[in-house]
Design a protein around this ligand. Structure first.
Ligand SMILES: Cc1cc2nc3c(=O)[nH]c(=O)nc-3n(C[C@H](O)[C@H](O)[C@H](O)COP(=O)(O)O)c2cc1C
Length: 219
């Protein structure tokens, strides 16, 4: 991996194809990701729009194994609490689509292997008038996810760590004025990127106004 052309990597990747195929990659190899490449995907984050161009984002990349283990322990416990009963119910219910169950299993796999993800990238940001500015951070987060797609890294968006947010933020050196908002486990993918299952845009798009009952009918 050391002979990677980091400057050139992903530069000619087609944007719309990247958007369509940036699915959640939750099976990651343990191989390290060069710091320069972490910097590159975070730089994409910094080109996001923000209110008043305040650019409230802060990125904290955790790569040391013992620090990732500490974070993973908390993530795994919280996620299992939530997903295991949900997955068991879904598996027992024949009306639940297989794709949904696969998605939950992949999420559980990520939780169980969280410590192996070579980069735990936290996106944090300045509060404004005492409020977390999540809406100002999600465009930056999506840019990072798309940049990962372009350079061939696997990534996904997670927020479960927020249940232990204060403790984890303190561990990261973040004060209550700059809480974390998301945690992106990043690494080289075991599988391939590809189109995620999505309803057709024709079910979601209306011109001018929404006919009565149309949203309900398209659900
Ligand atoms: C705000 C937000 C928070 C999320 N938090 C988590 C999370 O904590 N853990 C997780 O496994 N997936 C989480 N997800 C869901 C996945 O990241 C992913 O978007 C979803 O499973 C769809 O995957 P796909 O794009 O491969 O279809 C979250 C998604 C959003 C939008």
């Amino acid at each position: 991996m050391s002979d990677l052309d980091i400057e050139g990597l992903g530069e000619d990747f087609p944007l719309l194809e990247g958007i369509r195929t940036a699915r959640a990659i939750r099976r990651l190899r343990a191989d390290p990701v060069p710091e320069a490449l972490i910097r590159k995907v975070c730089e994409a984050g910094t080109f996001a729009p923000s209110g008043g161009n305040r650019q409230p984002w802060i990125f904290v990349a955790v790569t040391e194994a013992d620090r990732r283990a500490w974070i993973a322990e908390r993530y795994r416990a919280r996620f299992r609490q939530y997903i295991v009963p949900t997955l068991e119910r879904a598996e027992a219910d024949p009306s639940v689509p297989e794709a949904k169950i696969r998605n939950m299993r992949a999420a559980l796999h990520l939780a169980d292997h969280f410590h192996e993800a070579p980069v735990h990238l936290f996106v944090a940001g300045w509060t404004r008038r005492g409020e977390t500015q999540s809406q100002a951070l999600f465009p930056a987060i999506q840019n990072v996810l798309l940049a990962c797609r372009a350079v061939g890294l696997g990534a996904s968006l997670t927020t479960v760590h927020l249940a232990d947010g204060a403790e984890i933020d303190a561990y990261l050196g973040l004060s209550p004025a700059t809480p974390s908002c998301a945690l992106l486990p990043i690494g080289w993918p075991e599988g391939k990127h590809g189109r995620p299952p999505r309803a057709s845009v024709d079910e979601k798009l209306f011109f001018e106004s929404v006919p009565e009952g149309a949203i309900e009918a398209r659900r």
